[in-house]
Design a protein around this ligand. Structure first.
Ligand code: MEV
Length: 352
């Protein structure tokens, strides 16, 4: 196979962000907004990453694996940061397969900004590993859980701290009950069968800070009163368990109420900004059954549960009126897929 295209969904957190980092369960779902990664092997030992949409200033960055030197129009630090998920994922994939280092062309397309809490970095890690497996003779479909696990290890290495939530949800798709303490990777992300479709509105506002910074902020808060904040985390885990049951029996009203309670606890953890507070209150007033910040917070993604698909349309209009960008109104049932070849867009700069 000379060129592969991997399509990876992004995701929302229905309950449990931040608390999941401390080992309690969470519920997350894939959404039909995608990262597309086109990959091929190079004849030299360079990893050349082109991005379209995610990092405007870093549209083409290369790492020479033999000399560890970076070629970029941006600063070396920025370039290494932009490359880090892809280069780490490729190394972990090669180690997993027991094959030698190669050079790769990696072209990443997304119409979502980076770092808004929709799991774009997880999708890039998962997609790069799936593409590498396919190019180097493995079968990413057969190793889907292993792709998720290697994606998680990529996030752990790059960010320092990460739960398995984002990588397992984008790799496996659908609605997932994430249990970081499950003991075996096969049991980390259980599929939740919804009794009925969940009318949703997913949107985002600009975000301040990275996931790693926000996880560190919550860690500092927790260390100021560990016993108290561990109880808050536990309650968030209880909410995730109750939300799983509400989805399984199709109780949308209970689901909505629980989602809003989770939002209140994210406020308590200090990761909800003024703009999100205003949006969440406004969406509830507009008829949402529940609404919350989704992801690491400080702006970024939010979601609302609507009583019907028609009402979701009305709620989406309210969200847009408040300056948010609406990105999805439903859940995507599948995880990543590896597709056939397609023509690659022409490079835009002089690095080759
Ligand atoms: C990020 O999407 C969600 C956090 O819980 C971090 C993580 O789970 O790794 C804040």
């Amino acid at each position: 196979m000379s060129r592969v295209v991997v399509k990876v969904p992004t995701k929302i957190t229905i309950a449990g962000e931040h608390a999941v980092v401390y080992g309690v369960p969470a519920v997350a779902a894939a959404i039909p907004r995608f990262i597309l990664i086109t990959m091929s092997l190079r004849s030299d030992n360079r990893i050349v990453v082109e991005t379209q949409g995610l990092y405007a200033r870093l549209s083409r960055v290369a790492l020479d694996r033999s000399s560890d030197s970076v070629e970029s129009l941006a600063s070396e630090d920025d370039a290494r940061r932009a490359l880090s998920y892809v280069t780490t994922a490729l190394r972990l994939c090669e180690e997993f397969l027991g094959v030698g280092e190669r050079g790769y062309d990696v072209y990443i397309e997304s119409d979502l900004p980076a770092s808004i809490g929709l799991g774009t970095s997880a999708a890039i890690s998962v997609g790069t590993i799936a593409g590498c497996l396919k190019l180097r003779g493995g079968d990413p479909e057969e190793y889907r859980v292993r792709v998720a696990e290697l994606g998680w290890r990529t996030e752990l290495e790059v960010q320092g701290a990460a739960s398995p939530m984002d990588t397992f949800t984008t790799a496996l798709g659908g609605i997932r009950y994430i249990d970081p303490g499950a003991g075996s990777v096969d049991r980390i992300a259980t599929w939740i069968a919804p009794a009925k479709p969940i009318p949703l509105v997913v949107g985002y506002t600009p975000r301040r800070g990275t996931t790693a910074e926000l996880v560190a902020k919550v860690r500092r808060l927790r260390s100021s009163a560990p016993q108290l904040f561990d109880r808050v985390m536990e309650v968030i885990g209880d909410i995730a368990n109750a939300i799983r049951r509400a989805i399984e029996v199709g109780d949308l009203e209970l689901l909505g109420r629980l989602v809003t309670v989770n939002h209140g606890l994210l406020e308590a953890l200090g990761v909800v900004d003024r703009e999100h507070s205003l949006i969440i209150h406004s969406l509830l007033e507009a008829g949402a059954l529940g609404a919350k910040t989704s992801g690491a917070g400080s702006g970024g993604a939010f979601l609302a549960i609507a009583p019907s698909a028609d009402k979701a349309g009305e709620i989406a209009i309210v969200a847009k009126g408040l300056g948010a960008t609406v990105v999805a109104t439903g859940i995507y049932p599948r995880g990543f897929s590896v597709e056939g070849q397609r023509p690659r867009p022409r490079p835009r700069s002089s690095l080759s």
